[in-house]
Design a protein around this ligand. Structure first.
Ligand code: SF4
Ligand code: SF4
Length: 380
């Protein structure tokens, strides 16, 4: 049992595998304030990677409508119920998780707390779609409270301490030097320990080939310096791909480090589970139920909402610049700067690859178009 330091929970923890930090860790920030729930990302992934036999039910990328959506059904409620209420304490400016991770709470003989989903659990991928947090009384013009819902796009978190990897009795799952977690299809024998132990339920068993499969972060694209399919097709432009550093080594010009470590406007999903997941979310600022945000993203989630609100109120040009670069190019943005009224993105070699205005230009058309001889209105 290795002792590892998990910065997301502010302490050392037990990890039942010889752990190592990769040379660099692939990561992403998803801005939930911009997600429109269109599922284009889901379709982009589905048509690229999981359109074969045995893959029909697989959604390496899915988008859930929170609070009621989940795929497989109630994945989050189930693991949180098993683990119990999360206890966090502020110590010396850091949030420290005082409860047990899924590794520390593992039953004897298992490497992690988990459960095996039934086929029924995968039967309703769109459950909860469009349902608000509470019903609005029929006939009422105005609700006495403010109902809310938001979209939560999910892919494999390419965790720093993956439970899928640790649980595999065949050592068929491995983590690359860039932090991407993959299943070696030749070694896998379909024991499904990974499916049982991944709390995010992002490994899927193929009943035809009898091996497990999961998101590969579109590594062939990444190796060419391009972003994954679900990123490049994102209609809401919510996703930015990059490589995250440890908090003490945060680079203010790296957009992921900047948003996660420096401005702290993005937080990981269910950090208390202990896997150090590497998809970071800018939580929705419209959700009035702070407890729900804390449950999903820990106390850093609540801080992220407050920091995001302040940044938007003060028109923080760097935060706006980093977020506006999301999906602005198919290339990976390694560094960014705000120069004048533009956010500028650079690739790993330092070459400029994209330049986006911080404010979208407003074009007012003339009321009468002389060339075409037509009247046009701007106020409709
Ligand atoms: S999210 Fe699940 S499948 Fe992905 S690396 Fe983490 S434990 Fe493994
Ligand atoms: S494509 Fe983008 S905006 Fe549409 S659901 Fe996916 S993450 Fe959200």
């Amino acid at each position: 049992m290795a002792k590892v330091y998990n910065w997301q929970i502010g302490r050392e923890m037990d990890y039942p595998y010889p752990a190592f930090r990769p040379k660099r860790q692939a990561a992403s920030v998803f801005d939930l304030n911009k997600c429109i729930g269109c599922q284009t990302c889901t379709v982009a992934c589905k048509t690229t990677w999981t359109s074969g036999r045995g893959q029909e039910y697989m959604l390496w990328n899915n988008v859930e409508d929170k609070p009621w959506g989940s795929y497989p059904i109630r994945w989050d409620v189930k693991i949180l119920s098993m683990l119990g209420a999360a206890r966090w304490k502020r110590e010396g400016g850091t949030w420290v998780y005082k409860g047990q991770t899924i590794f520390e709470a593992a039953p004897p003989g298992d490497i992690a707390l988990g459960y095996m989903p039934e086929s029924y659990d995968y039967a309703s991928p769109a459950i909860g779609e469009g349902e608000a947090s509470a019903p609005v009384k029929f006939g009422s013009i105005r609700a006495p409270f403010e109902p809310w819902f938001f979209f939560l796009p999910r892919i494999c978190n390419h965790c720093t301490f993956p439970s899928c990897l640790a649980a595999c009795p065949r050592q068929a799952i491995y983590k690359r030097e860039d932090g991407i977690v993959l299943v070696d299809q030749a070694r896998c024998r379909g024991y499904r320990e990974c499916v049982k132990s991944c709390p995010y339920k992002k490994v899927f068993y193929n009943p035809i080939t009898r091996i497990s499969e999961k998101c590969i972060f579109c590594y062939p694209a990444l190796e060419k310096g391009e972003i994954p399919r679900c990123f490049r097709n994102c209609i809401g432009k919510i996703r930015i791909f990059g490589y995250i550093s440890l908090p003490e080594k945060a680079d203010p010009e790296n957009p992921i480090d900047f948003l996660v470590h420096i401005k702290k406007v993005a937080a990981p999903l269910l950090p208390q589970l202990g896997l150090e997941p590497n998809i970071y979310y800018v939580p929705p600022a419209n959700v009035k139920n702070v407890d729900f945000i804390k449950m999903m993203f820990g106390p850093m989630g609540e801080e992220a909402v407050n920091n995001y609100r302040k940044a938007i109120e003060r028109q923080d040009r760097e935060v706006i610049g980093a977020l506006i670069l999301s999906n602005s190019t198919n290339r990976i943005i390694s560094k960014f700067k705000v120069i004048g009224d533009y956010a500028v993105g650079y690739d790993a070699r330092g070459s400029e690859i994209v330049k986006v205005p911080l404010t979208e230009p407003v074009v007012v058309r003339p009321y009468y178009d002389e060339k075409l001889g037509v009247y046009r209105r701007n106020d409709v």
